[in-house]
Design a protein around this ligand. Structure first.
Ligand SMILES: [Zn+2]
Length: 125
């Protein structure tokens, strides 16, 4: 993956400005404590991550379409596979478990996408 692209910053959860500093105090997609804890500023380029109060509330609206893109095909597939009874007995619990597993990476990726929508990569910082 090429450094300097927004995709690099989003997938690696790096600062959108320098793409060196980590967005989160605990790096990685799957962590199980302090999942949304972020430093106030990038440890490398000092880019402010706390844009304004309530800024990351709008990350909900970034993750919402991602969830729809992932789960609507799964639900439609579940309904077309077999009867409605077997859907709720077998397929629905799998979707619920899958949703819980994806929760943490989706919240982190949504924040990274949101920051990348407003901050561009630069080598001059
Ligand atoms: Zn940075």
């Amino acid at each position: 993956m090429k450094k300097g692209t927004k995709r690099y910053s989003i997938v690696k959860l790096k600062c959108p400005r320098c793409q060196i500093g980590n967005l989160f105090c605990k790096p990685g997609l799957m962590v199980f404590s302090n999942i949304l804890e972020m430093p106030d500023k990038c440890p490398n380029c000092k880019q402010d991550f706390k844009q304004e109060p309530g800024y990351y509330t709008s990350a909900l609206w970034v993750s919402y379409p991602i969830v729809l893109i992932i789960f609507i095909p799964l639900i439609v597939l579940g309904f077309t596979l077999d009867s409605l009874h077997s859907f709720f007995k077998y397929f629905y619990p799998i979707i619920i478990i899958f949703a819980f597993i994806l929760q943490i990476p989706l919240m982190r990726i949504a924040r990274a996408i949101l920051l990348n929508m407003t901050i561009d990569y630069t080598t001059k910082w």
